[in-house]
Design a protein around this ligand. Structure first.
Ligand SMILES: N[C@@H](CCC(=O)N[C@@H](CS)C(=O)NCC(=O)O)C(=O)O
Length: 211
């Protein structure tokens, strides 16, 4: 059986939601974060980096939420429900998947690190500058949603892009990593649809995921 190494309030939720969407049976190895936010060694994450998420499927041990998503889709999405076969559609979905980690989370982590590392006055200034990148990312996503005008991010149904991107945006909103006073109505509408999804809710129930 597939094992998911799950850390609370982490990107591991992306993998849990995707596994639920795919209907794959999995064992959940669960841990709360330590006080400094790190993974407790008792979780026994088997990858070299020891971060969450990680999976073990047979002999395969894999980290990186994006690589895990690609693997799970390749192996278990046999009807191509979550990643359609047309090259153009696949490319747009992958654009969102890469952006979720390589752009939105990258910028969000910058804002968060500045907040933790610098003295309040300095942190405020650095944070405000870094948060501009987060704003541009969200503006881009807002425009994308306006252009596609689909219920989910890339289609009227859930795709693997939603499972990657929703965590990034919810994390940014929950930790207030975007500039204050801005709003992204289409993004909020999309998040409402995501959160009301039956399978999404099943993943929340199984993992207790929260920010
Ligand atoms: N790029 C990696 C990032 C993995 C990562 O940074 N995970 C965080 C949780 S969101 C973690 O394990 N933090 C705890 C630690 O560093 O000990 C991915 O997408 O999986």
């Amino acid at each position: 059986m597939l094992t998911l190494y799950f850390l609370q309030s982490s990107r591991a939720f992306r993998t849990a939601w995707l596994l639920e969407e795919l209907g794959v049976d999995y064992e959940l190895k669960f841990a709360e974060r330590r006080a400094d936010g790190s993974v407790p060694p008792e979780l026994g994450v088997p990858t070299a980096k020891g971060k969450a998420p990680a999976i073990q499927d047979g002999n395969l041990i894999l980290g990186e939420s994006g690589a895990i998503a690609e693997y799970l889709i390749e192996k278990y999405d046999t009807t191509h429900r979550l990643l359609p076969t047309q090259p153009e559609k696949r490319a747009k979905i992958r654009e969102l998947m890469w952006a979720a980690e390589g752009t939105l989370m990258l910028h969000a982590e910058g804002v968060y690190s500045a907040r933790l590392a610098a003295p309040a006055q300095v942190a405020h200034e650095i944070e405000a500058k870094l948060a501009m990148s987060v704003q541009l990312d969200l503006d881009w996503l807002e425009n994308t949603l306006q252009e596609t005008s689909t219920r989910y991010i890339a289609s009227d149904d859930v795709t693997v892009a939603d499972t990657m991107m929703a965590f990034s945006v919810m994390d940014i909103f929950a930790l207030k990593l975007a500039p204050a006073g801005k709003s992204w109505p289409r993004i909020n509408e999309w998040l409402k649809i995501v959160k009301s999804g039956e399978v999404y809710q099943r993943a929340v129930k199984r993992t207790g995921h929260h920010f």
